[in-house]
Ligand binder design. Structure first.
Ligand code: UT7
Length: 326
């Protein structure tokens, strides 16, 4: 059975770093509150001329360079985003054009903070079905554009950025244990639209005709997040029959350090095995997992052959997890 193997990672962050103190200068909040409740110290915010496609293209180019491949080697481009440049065409099509390629499928995946895990699942299915050979899977957001900058309960939580991976369809080597071979071993995705009211954007082209602003009942989302994340992580482990001890690294969606810690605790995983970037990136929605993955690959923590558990939960609700042998 062919599988999707990771060939390279890349990321991009806007230059402007906004600290908690910067926000406290214009909102009724404080560095102490934000750090204590979320673990966030700073976030990057895109300037007015930078779009999601700009960040996505930069991350994609870095992932291609890491993979040692030219853009022409790619025949599928997916961008997970809730902040597309335009209502259409899809941001993925713009990225494809900027990379100087054309012809293969390119489309966006809308699953908000779970978008990258969803896009991995779509890419993996298409690669294994023989519909493409090499995919760029990108999570990219300019989430700052969706924020109500008067609402302290949400404005302090998010940031902008992009991360990308290159996946290739490969036949795994003949092995006694296929789980030891590189590639995506399992992916589980879920959604439950009954909770739309707890986390949504109050506008869109088909309803208000406006972009809208993010609205969230943080405490309720928190509670659902820990429960759903722990449960979907168990599902991918059960599917592969691998024990929790086999996981080298957890690369979680970076919404809140307390959610990351509570989920790790529920799974029985020490924080030493969890990649944390929320302090510097804040919540970058679909970009957070590939940004964290790229950071840990580049600083040498995540190495070839290691087993990574990726997990995310976000608006919808949507949630999912993937087991990836790097
Ligand atoms: O990406 C996936 C989706 N998002 C998430 O996963 C986020 C999930 N939720 C969270 O991360 C947390 O619930 C928050 C960080 C949003 C909030 O933390 P909390 O411990 O759940 O606080 P809370 O909402 O219960 O609010 C506690 C207090 C409130 O005051 P009162 O009502 O107790 O007097 C808020 O008004 O903190 C107040 N507050 C703030 N104070 C200072 C809310 N935001 C701020 C702020 N600065 N920025």
């Amino acid at each position: 059975m062919p599988r999707s193997v990771l060939l390279g990672t890349g990321s991009a962050l806007p230059a402007t770093r906004v600290t908690n103190d910067d926000l406290a200068a214009r909102l009724d909040t404080s560095d102490a509150w934000i750090r204590e409740r979320t673990g966030i110290v700073a976030r990057r915010i895109a300037d007015a001329s930078t779009t999601t496609a700009d960040l996505a293209t930069e991350a994609a180019a870095a992932a291609l360079a890491a993979a040692g491949l030219p853009p022409q080697a790619i025949d599928l481009v997916l961008v997970a985003t809730a902040t597309p440049d335009l209502t259409f065409p899809a941001t993925a099509v713009r990225v494809q054009a900027r990379l100087g390629i054309a012809g293969g499928p390119a489309f966006d995946v809308a699953a908000v903070c779970s978008g990258f895990v969803y896009a991995l699942g779509v890419a993996d299915s298409m690669l294994r079905a023989g519909q493409a050979t090499r995919a760029l899977v990108i999570g990219a957001e300019t989430f700052s554009r969706l924020l109500d900058w008067e609402d302290r309960s949400t404005a302090v939580l998010f940031g902008d950025g992009a991360g990308a991976v290159v996946l290739e369809r490969r036949d795994p080597p003949e092995a006694d244990d296929v789980r030891a071979a590189r590639g995506l071993l399992a992916i589980r995705l879920h959604a439950d639209g009954r909770h739309e009211g707890l986390l949504h954007v109050d506008g869109g082209p088909g309803s208000t005709g406006t972009v809208g602003k993010l609205r969230m009942a943080g405490r309720e989302v928190f509670r659902h997040a820990v429960h759903n994340l722990a449960s979907v992580c168990h599902e991918v482990l059960e599917e592969t029959g691998l024990p929790i001890a086999a996981i080298d690294w957890v690369v979680p969606h970076q919404a809140n350090l307390r959610i990351i810690e509570a989920t790790a605790r529920k799974l029985g995983l020490p924080m030493e095995r969890v990649v944390v970037t929320v302090h510097e990136h804040a919540n970058t929605s679909a970009a957070s997992i590939p940004l964290a993955l790229d950071a840990a690959v580049r600083d040498g923590r995540i190495r070839e052959g290691q087993l990574c558990l990726l997990e995310a939960m976000g608006g919808g609700f949507t949630w999912g997890a993937a087991l990836l042998r790097v």
